[in-house]
Design a protein around this ligand. Structure first.
Ligand code: NDP
Length: 253
């Protein structure tokens, strides 16, 4: 029996990358996982298949975040999937992982890009939590995925880092609201983490990222997923309102 047997989880943006690794780990521990995506249905199906092959349970839910009606669409699909499989729409674990990243010179930033970043990375997680509140019960978990870039100066990522800084406010403030119900909320800060992104093909960049880490290797999606899975477990019941560094020591001065 896994540590999360009987739990249900929604992992936003779990068709690929870190989100996929989180979905797989939560399912390995026994949770029924809603694999959320927006455009890459094939990748979402692959996540579900991987989980099912290992004996876990999952289903895919599509919804574009950052557009009007996003939360309604996501929760419609989520509730339907949960009810079909469990008979209720009760949600134990919400992982706000989906995000858009924009990097480039400050001079090239546009108000449209700025608004989109905030809509997907800040507004959507806030309203997903608001919507999830009545469905979360004692022992519930909310985990938001930020970035080590909120602790590191990088002019080319300022707007993205600003959204993650805003996201990090949710844990300390909402911990006081959710605590009396036995629900924790925390933030995980990954460092550069190897996913399918093209820049991981550049050996010079990989070397630079390796050197940044106190552990002298690059972060893998599974490294971050294990931290998230711990926070989702009963073992982490006494941690709330916290930001957890999952950068492999890349922020150590
Ligand atoms: P990826 O770019 O690999 O995957 C993004 C996921 O989010 C996909 O599942 C994608 O769905 C979904 N998504 C993107 N935009 C939207 C949207 N508008 N509406 C709904 N779903 C959307 O992400 P990573 O694995 O790299 O990053 C995951 C999290 O970790 C993010 O919050 C990121 O900021 C953070 N992070 C990542 C780091 C890294 O080095 N990878 C470092 C620090 C933080 P679809 O497949 O359908 O497109």
């Amino acid at each position: 029996m896994g540590r999360l047997t009987g739990k249900t989880a929604l992992v936003t943006g779990s068709s690929r990358g870190i989100g996929r690794a989180v979905a797989v780990r939560l399912a390995e521990q026994g949770a029924l996982v809603a694999v959320h995506y927006t455009s890459n249905e094939e990748a979402a199906r692959e996540t579900v298949t991987t989980i099912e092959k290992d004996g876990g349970s999952a289903f895919a839910v599509r919804a574009e975040l950052g557009v009007p009606g996003d939360v309604d669409e996501l929760f419609g699909g989520l509730a339907e999937g949960l009810r079909e499989r469990t008979g209720t729409s009760g949600l134990s674990i919400l992982v706000n992982n989906a995000a858009v990243k924009v990097a480039g010179p400050v001079e090239d930033a546009t108000p449209e890009d700025f608004d989109r970043l905030y809509a997907v990375n800040v507004k959507a997680p806030f309203f997903l939590i608001q919507r999830a509140l009545p469905h979360l019960s004692e022992g519930g978990r909310v985990i938001n995925i930020s970035s080590g870039l909120t602790r590191l100066g990088d002019p080319s990522s300022v707007t993205y880092a600003m959204t993650k800084g805003a996201l990090e406010q949710l844990a300390p403030h909402l911990a006081k609201l959710l605590g009396p119900r036995g629900i924790t909320i925390n933030t995980v800060l990954p460092g550069a983490t190897r996913t399918g992104a093209a820049f991981w093909e550049d050996p010079a960049l990989v070397e630079e990222i390796t050197e940044m880490s106190a552990l002298k290797r690059v972060g893998e999606a599974g490294d971050v997923a294990d931290v998230v899975t711990f926070l989702a477990s009963d073992e982490a019941r006494w941690i709330t309102g916290s930001s957890v560094d999952a950068t492999g020591g890349s922020l150590v001065a």
